[in-house]
Design a protein around this ligand. Structure first.
Ligand code: SF4
Ligand code: SF4
Length: 340
């Protein structure tokens, strides 16, 4: 049994025993190699965050060195945040370290930089899972929301397949992340077909987070009945095309968020968060748990803030303030109202 399998087995036995302090390491790390993006999408928190508190920057070598020892134990390294990871030089040493540790990697990207050369490089780096954010199926919708064309993003899947074929290896698993709004939800069913034609096996559709008052009118919560019709149509297309489609709900779920039992988010500057819910510095939903300039990832993993969440999930205490009405626990308008 290798380190990854042992860690997973220990994690499962600790979870079954109801442990709060975990001796197993995180199963996943999500890392943002840069805080820079090449787009200015209107729905993105970047347009509304405090720019002085969220300066541009790229992950330095010392942060990567702090991540490296954990890679042999991870089930997955997820690369991407509220930025475009392929802009970062540090993407490549991160992927190389993961490849050496035989750690599967997932890249989240806006897809705009997936030319053939980039695709070849990603395939050579052993990328296992590619997630492209695409919020529409028609040219005018994407041009309006992201300022880019449909083929520019969807075409990345074709080029990844071409690169994998050239190199004689299997293509990564393909997924689309879709932020549903009142302007684009009618296009989700069409996107299912376009995606299936390109070998995409999974689409995850989620609610818009309302970062500013101007975004409010785009929330599906203002017309749940209309949204449900479009989501149902998309689910029918997904079933017909063999695509796994997850769609957002409209209920107060009181769902169990398991992120603090499974993962840590490492920002480009070495700051560590307990989840991927809010990666902006001026967001009150931010869940800071440590800093790699002061502690190791394993020390941070059982930090007091994370332990308080785990205790609450085990019904042994109160949830931290940012978790009480979090969008990862409740499909409600209030939980998605995240004004910056
Ligand atoms: S591509 Fe992603 S990170 Fe960049 S502005 Fe758009 S939504 Fe934000
Ligand atoms: S409930 Fe929300 S804020 Fe709390 S850990 Fe989960 S995602 Fe993060």
């Amino acid at each position: 049994m290798n380190d990854r399998q042992s860690n997973l087995q220990l994690h499962q036995s600790e979870m079954a025993a109801g442990a709060v302090e975990l001796h197993s390491a995180p199963l996943t790390l999500q890392v943002e190699p840069t805080s820079v993006c090449n787009l200015e999408c209107g729905i993105c928190g970047r347009q509304y965050w405090d720019a002085t508190k969220n300066p541009p920057g790229e992950m330095p070598a010392w942060v990567i060195a702090k991540i490296e020892p954990l890679l042999p134990r991870l089930v997955e390294l997820v690369v991407g945040g509220y930025a475009e990871a392929t802009l970062a030089k540090s993407l490549w040493p991160l992927l190389e370290a993961a490849r050496k540790a035989e750690c599967p990697t997932r890249l989240i990207t806006n897809g705009t930089r997936l030319d053939l050369a980039m695709c070849r490089r990603l395939v050579e780096a052993g990328l296992a899972h590619l997630v492209v954010s695409i919020d529409g199926a028609r040219e005018p919708t994407l041009r309006k929301s992201r300022g880019i064309g449909l083929e520019q993003t969807l075409g990345g899947f074709d080029r990844m397949s071409d690169a994998a074929r050239e190199l004689g290896v299997a293509a990564p698993r393909f997924q689309i992340s879709f932020t549903a709004t009142r302007s684009n939800v009618a296009e989700l069913a069409e996107l299912v077909d376009l995606a299936a034609d390109r070998g995409v096996t999974e689409i995850s559709a989620g609610h818009l987070k309302i970062y500013s008052k101007e975004l409010d009118c785009e929330s599906l919560f203002h017309d749940p009945a209309g949204a449900r019709q479009h989501l149902k149509r998309a689910q029918e297309r997904a079933a017909a095309r063999g695509v796994v489609l997850s769609v957002p709900g409209f209920e107060k779920r009181n769902a169990d968020c398991m992120m603090p039992f499974r993962m840590l988010f490492v920002k480009w500057n070495g700051k560590v968060l307990g989840c991927c819910s809010a990666v902006f510095e001026n967001d009150k939903f931010n869940f800071p748990v440590g800093d790699l300039s002061e502690k190791s990832l394993l020390e941070i993993w059982n930090d007091a803030a994370i332990l308080s969440y785990r205790r609450a999930q085990r019904r042994q205490g109160e949830y931290p303030a940012q978790c009480v009405n979090c969008a990862f626990r409740h499909d409600t308008y209030e939980a998605h109202l995240r004004l910056l």
